[in-house]
Write a protein that binds this ligand. Sequence first.
Ligand SMILES: O=P(O)(O)OC[C@H]1O[C@H](OP(=O)(O)OP(=O)(O)O)[C@H](O)[C@@H]1O
Ligand code: HPA
Ligand SMILES: [Mg+2]
Length: 167
Amino acid sequence: MTERLPHERGFHVSWDQLHRDARALAWRLQSEAPDDTGWRAIVAITRGGMAPAMIIARELDIRTVDTISVKSYDHQNQSEAVVIKAPDMNLIGDGDGVLIIDDLVDTGKTLEIVRKQMPKAHVATVYAKPMGREMVDSFITEVSQDTWIFFPWDLALQYVEPYRGQG
Ligand SMILES: O=P(O)(O)OC[C@H]1O[C@H](OP(=O)(O)OP(=O)(O)O)[C@H](O)[C@@H]1O
Ligand code: HPA
Ligand SMILES: [Mg+2]
């Protein structure tokens, strides 16, 4: 395989891009709602799911928003996935009529755990990688498995050297 250019090693998502992609997901989810009353609640997977969940909650006028916290990565290294905080099960039940939102699915390990807790929920992510794609009911953009997605909360604007003159 030919070596990739520096800007091809990751998929860098700006706030603007994330806003547009989360809105596109909301538009899709609106047409996938179970009935005319729409989705009854959102469960955001913290922390990455909170930003898209807020945008989707706004677009679809959903006021009941809870969270589930699953930790599976230490920086870019995957470890055993564990639930640190569960949603209010009196509110969410088996997940019927509920949207579960995350920023992305990679291996699908996080969603495997989450789906077990709320088997009837509709799972949506903004981005998806091939290994985990089967775990989501709706997503917007697929990237290759070897692409690391950098989200705007992990980035900063900074100067870069022009290509000409670099090693
Ligand atoms: O499909 P998987 O291989 O399980 O990976 C996807 C999950 O990994 C990241 O979260 P992370 O656990 O790093 O926590 P964070 O959202 O707090 O950054 C990402 O936000 C997804 O939730
Ligand atoms: O590609 C990724 N980007 C950010 N967080 C992640 N967690 C799993 N995969 C990724
Ligand atoms: Mg996450």
